[in-house]
Design a protein around this ligand. Sequence first.
Ligand SMILES: [Zn+2]
Length: 230
Amino acid sequence: MAHAIKFHPGMALLEQYAEGTLSADVALAVAAHIDLCPHCQRLSQDITTDLAGQLAQQRVKKDPHDWSDMLAAIMAEPAMAKAELQAEQHKAQRAAYEPIVVNQRQFMLPRALQRLASNHGKWLTLGGIATAKLPAGGEHHVSLLYIDKDTEVPQHTHLGLEMTLVLSGKIADENGEYCAGDLLINSPDDTHTPRTLANEDCLCLSVLSAPLQFKKGLTRLLNPLQQFFY
Ligand SMILES: [Zn+2]
């Protein structure tokens, strides 16, 4: 990837991801970001290694004379090698993967999304925007969001958490410009008007814990809009 990713999940989310304490849909967005971001791949590996070390130490500390525990800790180490092997296998699988097609464009998705995205719901379109639900199985609304070039998502605020992972292309709002791999996390305090650039469309993963709340225009027109995005 030519550009540098600027917006990362942050250490707290990466740690919770490694510990397996995130909800499935938030974990999905973090996993997909890690797939796209070498920086967070390294951090995740370090966190996982630390966690494994802590676990092994806890087992040994419990009773230094309990050889079965120490043996178990030593035996657990090859699991790391197994993880590396799996990573290689995933790389091989990626080559055989079918891209997502929307607006006659093909998009390759990160590995973490591929299986789920192959079961996406019907594309619904509104102006230059298209959305398809993903059966992520968590409590949040998870969807693929396609925005055609030179298109604006009406200004909105968030009734809950909004996570947007840019998968392809670029998107900009009042706070900056986001490229493939960037993960935007917006809370109820943030109001923004995302738009695509004049010459490039954009595909995102969207995770919403509550509907968006649109700020401008007639309420009777905005209600269907709210339903469209959620
Ligand atoms: Zn990152």
